[in-house]
Design a protein around this ligand. Structure first.
Ligand SMILES: [Fe+2]
Length: 134
């Protein structure tokens, strides 16, 4: 199986719930890429994209609940990143539904870059706050 993102220790933020969610997201992205490379039907790719969007929403909600519960000072900025991601992926999905399937490799690259950048910056900052009992 081709890996879009190879899980590595450097991607761990050191918080069990957040790391577990991120591993699921990485697995979902890797299998989405493989479905794409194996020429799965447009319907099956669209449903994988829906599944990814739904899981990302649940994951963001878990992080946002942890931010609220701990009075996280950088919550507003972090919420904005999640909202921007949801907006972007929603826009890709709309284009996909409209028949613009050539977009998909670009989408995969966007998803990989967004997730790794987000994990390595804002999620690491959040995890260190949560781990300090904040
Ligand atoms: Fe996050």
């Amino acid at each position: 199986m081709v890996q879009l993102i190879q899980w590595r220790d450097g991607l761990s933020v050191g918080h069990p719930m957040i790391d577990a969610d991120h591993r699921v997201l990485v697995d979902m992205l890797n299998s989405l890429l493989n479905s794409l490379l194996e020429n799965h039907s447009d319907e099956s790719l669209a449903s994988s994209l829906d599944g990814l969007m739904a899981y990302a929403d649940q994951h963001f909600a878990r992080e946002e609940a942890a931010m609220r519960a701990s009075g996280y000072p950088d919550a507003a900025e972090h919420f904005r990143e999640h909202a921007e991601f949801a907006r972007q992926i929603g826009a890709f999905k709309s284009k996909y539904d409209a028949g613009d399937t050539m977009l998909t490799l670009g989408v995969m690259k966007f998803l990989r870059n967004w997730l790794t950048d987000h994990i390595l910056t804002v999620d690491k900052r959040l995890a260190s706050h949560l781990n300090q009992g904040g």
